[in-house]
Ligand binder design. Structure first.
Ligand SMILES: *[C@@H]1O[C@H](CO)[C@@H](O)[C@H](O)[C@H]1NC(C)=O
Length: 177
């Protein structure tokens, strides 16, 4: 194949793959769900956190302020429903409004987890003093922010809050469940 034909085939492949997955992971971008928990919102950390998000190179694709009720908080944390801390987690998460955002960049899931720091905010203050949890978290539950722990969790959590956001190849696998 001539160099020109090879380039043409490559261009067609790129066009086809982009059109098949429109808002998805084109150009290596990934999406994750970020949440500013009630203590973060009531503590006036929303603007500061958003500044750190943008500074770290994320694009905030969607954002909304919402109040979780008991049913929604229980459904969101369903995987923890048998744990002893669950009732406390639900009452904390429903204690005030939260800000949920869809963040986009390459490696969004792990990069957002890196930016927020360890789950236990007390430990974060020592080991990751520049992390968001060190900035505004209090302990391992009231830790100010949430981040999806995997691409499949991100898929589920984005759909939980933003039913209209298409997030791509991962979505198409899980839509069949
Ligand atoms: C809230 O935070 C912003 C910056 O993030 C600051 O400019 C403002 O003064 C704060 N407001 C209060 C009431 O602390």
């Amino acid at each position: 194949m001539s160099g020109f034909a090879a380039h043409l085939v490559l261009l067609l492949l790129v066009l086809v793959s982009v059109s098949l997955s429109p808002s998805v992971r084109c150009l290596g971008k990934e999406r994750t769900l970020a949440m500013i928990k009630p203590d973060g919102v009531s503590g006036n950390y929303t603007e500061e956190i958003k500044r750190l998000i943008v500074e770290a190179g994320f694009n905030i694709v969607k954002e909304k302020l919402t109040q979780l009720d008991k049913e929604a908080a229980s459904a969101f944390y369903d995987e923890h429903s048998s744990r002893s801390f669950f009732p406390h987690l639900v009452s904390y998460m429903t204690s005030g409004p939260v800000v949920v955002m869809v963040l986009e960049k390459g490696d969004a899931v792990s990069d957002w987890r890196g930016l927020i720091g360890p789950t236990d905010a007390q430990k974060a203050k020592i080991s990751h003093p520049h992390s968001i949890r060190a900035l505004c978290g209090k302990d391992s539950q009231r830790n100010c922010v949430h981040g999806s722990d995997s691409t499949s969790s991100a898929e589920r959590e984005i759909h939980f809050f933003f039913k209209d956001v298409v997030s791509g190849d991962i979505a198409s696998q899980h839509d069949e469940l």
